[in-house]
Design a protein around this ligand. Structure first.
Ligand code: E4P
Length: 219
């Protein structure tokens, strides 16, 4: 399973790229607003350092979405155009996919929406786990079901588990067979953490330091 960062914060992306563990980024209008940068400038900047950078459309009608999607895709070859799981979003996504643009169908909450994403030749489908959990549903079960349905139907669209809120979501997405998990920087940091790792380092360092101390002469 590939790991993506779910942020538009350049410094976070730079850090995670330097750690060597992420191979893509997902953004949305909320994350772009939080980064406080112009959309085009920020996406182009991110594309300089990592591939598969999802940039979201913000128009609603098919024709407008096609024009907008072409504009986003023209920014950089690494751009993946996000369209929402609506009739217009999917219709525009199909036209764009036919032109060779990579499409990420976002705001997916059901297996049927994922089947529609597959039908238009989407590159990614993004089931939103946390937002389903927020309304008392089992978001990860939707990811599991999409993976099973896609395998049964030999679908090429990749399952990108999104709206992940904690490290267990990442583990569960991997066990579900998701192709990608996109996670906030804080969750990526948490993935490294274990108290036994910290305690082990402390002990090894203490023992190493002992070997550097002058040893009493042997008789
Ligand atoms: C990813 O593509 C989504 O934009 C993101 O994961 C949404 O996460 P949220 O539900 O925590 O806002």
């Amino acid at each position: 399973m590939r790991l993506f960062l779910d942020t538009a914060d350049y410094d976070e992306i730079r850090t995670a790229v330097d750690w060597g563990v992420i191979s893509g980024v997902t953004t949305n209008p909320t994350l772009i607003a939080r980064a406080g940068q112009d959309h085009e400038t920020q996406v182009k900047r991110i594309c300089q350092i990592v591939g598969d950078v999802s940039a979201e459309t913000v128009t609603e009608r098919k024709d407008d979405l096609i024009v907008e999607g072409r504009r986003l895709a023209s920014w950089h070859p690494n751009v993946v155009v996000k369209v929402a799981s609506t009739p217009d979003g999917l219709a525009a996504g199909k036209v764009l996919a036919g032109e060779g643009v990579k499409i990420n169908v976002t705001l997916c909450f059901t297996v049927n929406q994922a089947l529609l994403a597959a039908a238009i030749g989407a590159y990614f489908v993004s089931p939103f786990v946390g937002r389903l959990d927020d309304i008392g549903e089992d978001g990860m079960q939707v990811v599991r079901d999409i993976v099973v349905a896609y395998r049964a139907q030999n679908v090429q669209t990749k399952v990108l588990a999104a709206s992940l809120r904690h490290p267990m979501h990442v583990t569960e997405a991997a066990l579900a067979g998701a192709d990608v998990a996109t996670l906030p920087f804080t969750v990526l940091e948490q993935m490294y953490k274990h108290p036994l790792t910290d305690a082990g380092i402390e002990r090894f360092m203490a023992d190493y330091r002992k070997t550097q101390e002058p040893q009493p002469a042997k008789r």
